[in-house]
Design a protein around this ligand. Structure first.
Ligand SMILES: Nc1nc2c(ncn2[C@@H]2O[C@H](COP(=O)(O)OP(=O)(O)OP(=O)(O)O)[C@@H](O)[C@H]2O)c(=O)[nH]1
Ligand SMILES: [Mg+2]
Length: 179
């Protein structure tokens, strides 16, 4: 069965999103040889069944602690079976989150970005040009509020079409943007 992985920095809403997306049978497991837990369940998208996995938070794919190490190992192990990586970013701290996004794209994962906590971003008058971000990254970007479920339908609709994208082209567009 193909997997959908929920990945992102700590405290961005991955687990709340997982609860909304996952089916009834939720299994909590301990990553072998560690005290780090992860949670998995099933999910149906367009009639197809997937395993959905809530990974520990990580800032980077070069791990700095045990939880990050587990997240990175799980990503690597799941790579051949991954239909999509839902990369959850805190919309109030987009730049911080994009570091991991670029690493995921660079390593060839099919990424869909969830700009979560978009309610908090709106409250703080943080404006994000979603279309532009999508153009630069070359992957779908969807604004979400995991706590209310807003945007999750649209997010899920992007999963079936998720595919790897060329990191060099992303870097070129980023450089052009900074000029
Ligand atoms: N305002 C707002 N709060 C949110 C949203 N999504 C999650 N939260 C809150 O953010 C906090 C962290 O959510 P979690 O789902 O535990 O975050 P996580 O990414 O799983 O965190 P780690 O597992 O520690 O990496 C909780 O208090 C949530 O209620 C959102 O879209 N908007
Ligand atoms: Mg969590």
């Amino acid at each position: 069965m193909k997997k959908i992985l929920l990945v992102g920095n700590p405290n961005v809403g991955k687990s709340v999103m997982f609860s909304r997306l996952s089916g009834a049978r939720v299994v909590v497991s301990n990553y072998p040889g560690t005290t780090v837990d992860y949670t998995k369940s099933r999910m149906r998208v367009e009639g197809k069944e997937y395993e959905i996995v809530d990974l520990p938070g990580t800032f980077s794919l070069e791990p700095k602690d045990k939880a990050e190490e587990v997240a990175c190992k799980m990503l690597e192990e799941a790579k051949p079976h991954t239909a999509a990586v839902i990369d959850v970013i805190d919309a109030t701290a987009v730049e911080r989150g994009l570091y991991l996004t670029l690493e995921l794209i660079e390593r060839g994962y099919p990424v869909v970005v969830a700009l979560n906590m978009s309610d908090a971003a709106r409250d703080r008058k943080i404006k994000i040009d979603v279309k532009k971000l999508e153009r630069i990254l070359g992957v779908p970007v969807v604004e979400t509020i995991a706590t209310t479920g807003a945007g999750l339908k649209e997010l899920v609709s992007k999963i079936g079409k998720a595919k790897p994208t060329d990191i060099e082209a992303v870097k070129r567009r980023l450089r052009r943007e900074k000029k």
